[in-house]
Structures are given as C-alpha cells and as structure tokens.
Design a protein around this ligand. Structure first.
Ligand SMILES: C[S@@+](CC[C@H](N)C(=O)[O-])C[C@H]1O[C@@H](n2cnc3c(N)ncnc32)[C@H](O)[C@@H]1O
Length: 440
C-alpha cells in the first residue's frame, strides 16, 4: 500500500525496485535517451511569432506555427530548456509517432504497445483529451476508454497500477473547445479545460484522431507555463505572466531602456520586465511535470537549471517603475516581487498615474505599459479616461514607446496619437486590444 507524502503518495518499495532496475535503465536508454524527439509548443496564435523567435534564440529550429502549435525536433535537454525559458508559451508537448486507428480495437492495441511504464508516474492522475475528425471512430468517450484500457494493460505487465483517470467529462471538454479551432488547437483547448484546478497537475494526454490515424501528445509541463511559481496572491484582474512577457517582447523591449508599469495592480508587467531585464529564466522557480516522470533525466535538468541560474544578472541594468494608486495592490505586488526575487529591481510608486512625470524621477525615454481597469465604471467613463491618458502621454512621455490595453478599440482614437499597430490578445477569456505607439 502506498504511503502518502504531501499531496502525492510515495512510491512503494516494489515500484522503487522496478525504477532502479537495470532493465528499466536499459529501456530508457534504448527508447528515450538517444535520438531526436519531436516536441510541440502550445501557444496562443497571437504570441506565435514571438514564441518562434524565443525558440530560435534557444538555438532550436521551430517549424511554422499551425493552429496554435509550433513543433521542433530536439533532445530531452531541449524540451527542458523550452519549458524553463519560454516566456510566451502555454505548454510543451511530447509527440509520439502516429498510428492507424480505424477502430477502437486499434486504439486499445496500439495504446497497450506504448511504453507508458517509462514515463507515466502511477501516482499522478491522467487526463485524456480526445479530438476526433474525419474518422470512423465516432465517439470521444469510446476512444478515451480504449486508450485508458491500453494503458492499464501495459502498466499491469510491469506490476504497476494504472494512474487514476481524471479525464473531464467528454461533453464539458468538447464544450470548452473553441468551435472555430481545428486540429491541435481544439485538442489543446480541450486539454487545458480545468487543467489548473487542483493543487497538483494531472498528466495530460492528448489524442488527436484524424482520418483514422491517431497521434498521442504527452504534456511535459504540468501547470500552464504562465504559472511561474512566484504569484501567491493577486488583485482583481491579474494579467497572465505570458501575456505581460508577450507585450514587452512585442514592443521590442529587451531590458536596455527604462520601463514604467503605469497601473500596475498585482505587478505582473513590472515583475516580468525585471525578470526579463535580469535574464532570469521564467520557469526557474517552479516545478515541471517531466520532473516526476520515472524516466526523468534529473542530471540533465539540473545542468540546464544551473546554467540558467548562472546566466541571470544580479540587478536590472535599467530602472523599472510600478505606479499604482491602491496601497493594498502595491503591497500585494511587492509580495509577489519578493517571491520572484526582483523586489529591489522595481521602484514602487503609490499614487495617481495622472500626477506622474517621468523626468521628475530621472527617467529617460523607454517603454510605458498601461493596463487600465475594465468593467462597468470604465464603460461609462472610458472616453474621458483615454482622453486624459492621451494628454499625459503626449505631454510627459515624448520620445517614449507605449503599449496601451483597451477592451474597446474605439477608445484608442481618444488618445490623440496614431498607434503603430494594434494587436488582439487573449485576456481572461476575451480578446482585448493592445495598441503600440511611439510618442512623438
Ligand atoms: C486591470 S488592473 C491592472 C492589472 C495588472 N496588470 C496586473 O497584472 O495585476 C488596473 C489597475 O489600475 C489601477 N488604477 C486605476 N486608475 C489608476 C490611476 N489613475 N493611477 C494609478 N493606478 C490606477 C487600479 O487600482 C488597478 O489596480
């Protein structure tokens, strides 16, 4: 009987013996360690060009983005680096070679041939997301059952229990899928349904069955990659860390000019900026699912993490200022920044942004990011708010670049300066606009 340790049960002595055996080691070497694997980064399509550039910076060769997925071939070390370093990605999947799946029997047989014992931790519940298209198998639930039965059979051959099945009800997962999304994007959306609900991540397995062929993708990340591990608390409408990083990168900010987070709330933009400026790997303070896999290459990941820790600068080379009028929000943001180890890099300013003047703070032109409050109040005062914002930006931020969020594109015209471009991004389940300006 497995004992419990924290949220996750301990391995039994028998399981330990199996994972330490020479034959297990041999199988891992033969089937996983050597050679090149295919990985797939799940990313909001709006961030895909940024994410591709990040992958290229890591020395990887990403394929073109399709349906919210960017594939690359590499070693396990590359997948570990992608998880650790990508600031804009949602998760990294491991692709398995596809197989014929004309009938549920094929799915069962092929699933039972996968070497689940090498990478499934029996203590971590699995969650299957099945996406069917143009195939003879007509029901997601049947397909999921066959795959799970195959996993059970395979694990039993090695006297391992099958992980608990926590797949969301098919109807709910299907309903979560964007109706216009196709293929991988649909599967990824279904896979993300309720993924972050529990205290421990589940092992996501995405099965995409298209034209009677099935491709299994195994999640390596665990919790969504926006969860950097530093945000303990948040104020009302926090922004995902991936979105904050994407806006900084989209605006071309690389940590060499000052940054102002004008209405900073829980401080996401300022914290992400400080970590970018200091070259702190975004995933350095969190765990990844692959670390729990029986076949995890712990030495490789330790090496990847050590190199990342060595690459970080001690201090931000440029000033980063967070302005917020709510002292409670500033306290929250500072707690998050302390956890993210960047509190000393950020100048916190409690006050009204409309009274803020950068030259009074010895700031030379850089980037200002404005994420104003949304909701009912702004709905009635939106026009006036953006008019006032425009006056402050034009009068006090000459020579700066600006990224301004708005739920209502029409309000942007009130700013009185023409955006270089507007960009539609996902935020809290909605698409909102970010306008990028150079203030003349
Ligand atoms: C949408 S939230 C910002 C969320 C933030 N990006 C985050 O990640 O938590 C807007 C914030 O603007 C602040 N705010 C509104 N008007 C302000 C003003 N005139 N000066 C300073 N802060 C203001 C609100 O208190 C609120 O915290």
């Amino acid at each position: 009987m497995a004992r419990r340790h924290g949220g996750i049960s301990m391995r039994t002595a028998k399981q330990d013996e199996f994972y330490r055996s020479k034959s297990f080691d041999r199988q891992v070497r033969r089937h996983l360690k050597a050679g090149v694997q295919r990985f797939a980064v799940v990313v909001p399509p709006a961030f895909a060009p940024l994410c591709r550039a990040e992958l290229t910076d890591l020395g990887l060769a990403p394929a073109a983005e399709a349906n919210g997925i960017i594939e690359f071939d590499g070693k396990w070390e590359d997948a570990y680096r992608a998880n650790l370093w990508l600031r804009t990605a949602s998760r990294v999947l491991w692709r398995r070679p596809d197989f014929r799946s004309g009938a549920v029997e094929d799915l069962f047989e092929q699933s039972a041939k996968q070497r689940w014992e090498l990478w499934l931790d029996p203590r971590i519940p699995i969650r299957l997301a099945v996406h069917l298209a143009e195939s003879r198998i007509g029901h997601e639930g049947q397909a999921a059952e066959a795959l799970v039965a195959g996993i059970s059979k395979r694990m039993a051959q090695f006297r391992l229990p099958r992980p608990r099945d926590c797949s969301p009800p098919v109807a709910a997962a299907v309903a979560a899928v964007d109706p216009v999304a196709v293929g991988d994007a649909a599967a990824a959306a279904a896979a993300d349904y309720g993924a972050d609900a529990g205290p421990e991540p589940n092992q996501l397995i995405i099965a995409r069955i298209q034209r009677n062929r099935c491709q299994l993708s195994i999640d390596t990340s665990g919790f969504h990659l926006h969860r950097r591990g530093y945000r303990l608390v948040h104020t009302g409408a926090p922004m995902r860390e991936t979105l904050a990083a994407a806006v900084l990168l989209k605006a071309g900010w690389n940590g060499s000019t000052p940054l102002v987070d004008a209405m900073s709330g829980s401080g996401t933009v300022a914290i992400e900026a400080a970590r970018l400026a200091r070259n702190i790997a975004p995933g350095l303070d969190r765990r990844f699912l692959f670390e729990s896999w029986p076949c995890a290459f712990a030495d490789t990941f330790r090496h990847v993490k050590t190199k990342a820790a060595e690459a970080a600068l001690n201090r931000s080379p440029v000033p980063i200022v967070a302005v917020e009028r709510d002292p409670g929000a500033i306290a929250t943001a500072r707690e998050n920044a302390r956890k993210a180890r960047v509190d000393p890099d950020i100048r916190w300013h409690t006050g009204d942004f409309f009274d803020f003047t950068p030259v009074d703070r010895d700031l030379t032109p850089g980037l200002i990011v404005v994420d104003p409050p949304y909701g009912k109040r702004l709905a009635s005062e939106g026009k006036t708010f953006y008019q006032r914002l425009g006056v402050v930006l034009r009068e006090r931020f000459r020579g700066w670049r600006a990224a301004v969020f708005t739920p209502e594109r029409l309000w942007l015209s009130q700013l009185g300066c023409r955006p270089l471009r507007t960009w539609s991004v996902p935020h809290g389940g909605l698409a909102i606009e970010v306008a990028l300006f150079r203030i003349g």
